[in-house]
Design a protein around this ligand. Structure first.
Ligand code: FAS
Ligand code: PHB
Length: 394
């Protein structure tokens, strides 16, 4: 039935950003409505990130959605960088006093959905033609179709949490929006397999044949990636070819522990660095992939989205609780300062760890020199470690 619904905050996108924001607002007594162009099972089925910063764990604890994470997550105190078979462990615990948590984004999303549904959250799934409207007015609205009917959500604020291909960023006028992008000349082919991980910690490897990453979801489920041509046909990557390539790129020591098996998920993801400025226009705020994308090399995408949501929920709660608009007025400037630092780290690690077709002998030696510097300098290792465990919120 066509109609108009009123709420305080209309959240476009029910991925991790939108779900976490809705939960943090609800904990402060602020009402929201969530829209998504997919449904819950599709959203939960997407296999993406695997490593959570301590700040992300803290946000999920604050949201009351971290119980299963603490039961099933794997705390990690370090990870390895490998270069043509040489391996160096970055001891993040010793270097920063912090650790990271290995726990899939799929599980985070399920935990947040369970929390929101238990609270009776209003969702509109399978929406279409989403149009954030009247963004500069004090009564912005979001128009969309749902089950063949035209719907309108009238609200005080709109949170654009609808990812890279969403409608929110597009609602910012072209003469206001600035975008910055670097598309990488390769992709990541990722697989999931129910076999124990090759190592108890993650291994990021640069080999002359290309990058590889050994990750995991549990002690019996592994997640592996190899750099590939983003236009590769998945059919050309049999499991046998994948395992052979992964073993070569990880090096003989790691390969000796590699347990192979039938993959049950196989996909190719493009890599890009992307930032849209500003992250606020009138009474609409952008958070997460709607505003920025990082290459997954630094394990930052999901964590950056969570950091945005922590700053955005602080701003909206200060408004509703204390009529204080300082954090709303400074949101875009504050969040973008951190976004660019995380973009830089993700770009730097991607530049160091991948084979670029245009690289000459000089760039390859620069990559190896970066690795050697990290191996020999505690300062260089600490710089990597501080970014990997997560920068302060501001
Ligand atoms: P999301 O894209 O997760 O969610 C946006 C939601 O908005 C989706 O549910 C979508 O259906 C909905 N939506 C889109 N358009 C809409 C519209 N017009 N109207 C309504 N709803 C709309 N990060 C890591 O840290 N590590 C990784 O290994 C990693 N791997 C990735 C692999 C892939 C293939 C992709 C695409 C991303 C990966 N990421 C990774 C990044 C990823 O985890 C994101 O950072 C994270 O999903 C961001 O969450 P959201 O901002 O909620 O955006
Ligand atoms: C993953 O487990 O999917 C993962 C881990 C670390 C990364 C990227 C992906 O940097």
């Amino acid at each position: 039935m066509a109609g108009t619904v009123k709420t305080q905050v209309c959240i476009v996108g029910s991925g991790p950003s939108g779900l976490l924001l809705s939960q943090m607002l609800a904990n402060a007594g602020i009402d929201s409505v969530l829209l998504d162009r997919q449904d819950r099972s599709y959203i939960e089925g997407r296999i993406r990130a695997g490593v959570l910063e301590q700040g992300t764990v803290a946000a999920l604890e604050e949201a009351g959605a971290a119980d299963r994470l603490h039961r099933e997550g794997l705390p990690h105190d370090g990870f390895e960088l490998a270069f043509d078979g040489d391996r160096h462990r970055i001891d993040i615990k010793a270097l920063t006093g912090k650790s990271v948590m290995v726990y899939g984004q799929t599980e985070v999303t399920k935990d947040l959905f369970n929390k929101r549904e238990a609270a009776g959250q209003v969702f509109y799934f399978n929406v279409d033609n989403v149009k954030p409207t009247d963004l500069k007015s004090s009564t912005p609205s979001v128009h969309f179709t749902h089950e063949g009917e035209q719907q309108v959500i009238e609200c005080d604020y709109i949170a654009g949490c609808d990812g890279f291909h969403g409608a929110s960023r597009q609602a910012i006028p072209k003469d206001v929006l600035q975008t910055f992008e670097r598309v990488y000349p390769f992709g990541w082919l990722g697989i999931m397999v129910d076999k124990p991980p090759v190592s108890h910690e993650l291994i990021y490897a640069n080999h002359e044949r290309g990058f590889a990453l050994a990750s995991m979801r549990s002690e019996t489920r592994s997640r592996y990636y190899v750099q590939c041509d983003v236009n590769d046909d998945l059919a050309s990557w049999s499991d046998d070819r994948f395992w052979e390539e992964l073993a070569i790129r990880l090096g003989p020591d790691a390969a000796a522990n590699l347990e192979t098996g039938a993959s049950f998920e196989k996909s190719i993801a493009p890599l890009r660095s992307f930032v849209a400025e500003p992250m606020r226009y009138g009474n609409m705020f952008l958070a997460g992939d709607a505003a920025h994308i990082v290459p997954p090399t630094g394990a930052k995408g999901l964590n950056l989205a969570v950091a945005d949501v922590r700053l955005l929920s602080r701003a909206l709660i200060a408004h509703y609780r204390n009529a204080n608009d300082h954090y709303i007025d400074t949101y875009s400037e504050t969040v973008l300062k951190r976004v660019w630092k995380v973009e830089r780290f993700s770009w730097q690690l991607s530049t160091m760890m991948h084979q670029f077709p245009e690289n000459t002998g000089f760039e390859k030696r620069m990559q190896r020199a970066s690795f050697d510097d990290i191996q020999s300098s505690e300062t260089a290792s600490r710089a990597i470690a501080e970014n990997y465990v997560g920068l302060p919120l501001e």
